[in-house]
Design a protein around this ligand. Structure first.
Ligand code: 13P
Length: 249
């Protein structure tokens, strides 16, 4: 049985004191929670939040990282710098990185490899645009992003990878995928993993759903057999809205 993995992506929100306050509230509210947890503050708040979640059941996540370990990459943050701050998980290939900052599958794959080589866990985000869904291409897009994102990753390394299915049209829009539509893609992606790595790896991999997940809709989504958790944006910004999702059994 797979354990739910509930993760908060705080995106470009919160000053350091605001991030500290939220992290402190979550440490209390999730202390005895039944699931696996991660919060990913902005880079600027990682150090402060790291000190608060250290030794708790909440993992520290980063929202992105550079393709390279170090060097002339103005404005980027490296895996070594993240590890320095106690980061344990990194979100890669988020749709906002793909679509606003034009990251492609090859670049994302390079980051996935680097993060895994340094022992970080990875949340690899995949998901189709609305026009791709309307053109009947949702499965094909998710398959391609999965295969290319994981190119060259061994079965052993895959154990540290979570996939987050985030349909782009559902992110920050209040338009959640129906549990049935989400489940169809999750089951499909699990089949792709089975094809790439075998049945056992496919059974074990965690596939999160992301896109307007909230307390009111999380139970329906999480009840589906292939939906193993959530990557939450808007509802992760307050303890009151994140905690009920995080405590979902
Ligand atoms: P929302 O929950 O705000 O739709 O964001 C989802 C997301 O992009 C998490 O990474």
């Amino acid at each position: 049985m797979r354990q739910y993995f509930i993760a908060g992506n705080w995106k470009m929100h919160k000053t350091v004191p605001e991030a500290q306050a939220l992290a402190q509230e979550l440490v209390k509210s999730l202390k005895d929670g039944p699931n696996k947890y991660m919060i990913a503050p902005s880079f600027t708040a990682l150090d402060a939040v790291s000190k608060i979640v250290k030794g708790t059941n909440i993992l520290l996540g980063a929202q992105n990282m550079s393709t390279d370990e170090q060097g002339a990459h103005t404005g980027e943050v490296s895996v070594l710098q993240l590890k320095d701050l106690g980061v344990q998980v990194v979100i890669l290939g988020h749709s906002e990185r793909r679509h606003i900052y034009k990251e492609d599958d090859a670049m994302i794959n390079k980051k996935v490899k680097l993060a895994l080589a340094h022992g970080l866990e990875v949340i690899l985000c995949i998901g189709e645009l609305l026009e791709e869904r309307e053109a009947g291409k949702a499965e094909a897009v998710c398959e391609e992003q999965t295969r290319k994102g994981l190119e060259g990753i061994s079965a052993e390394e895959l154990k540290k990878v979570t996939i987050a299915y985030e349909p782009v049209w559902a992110i920050g829009t209040g338009k959640v995928a129906t549990p049935e539509d989400a489940e169809a893609i999750h089951a499909y992606v699990r089949k792709v993993i089975a094809d790439m790595y075998g049945k056992e790896a496919a059974e074990n991999i965690i596939i999160q759903y992301g896109g307007s997940m909230k307390a009111e809709n999380c139970a329906g989504l999480l009840a589906k057999p292939d939906i193993d958790g959530g990557l939450i944006g808007g509802a992760a910004l307050k303890a009151d809205t994140f905690t009920p999702i995080a405590l979902c059994k």
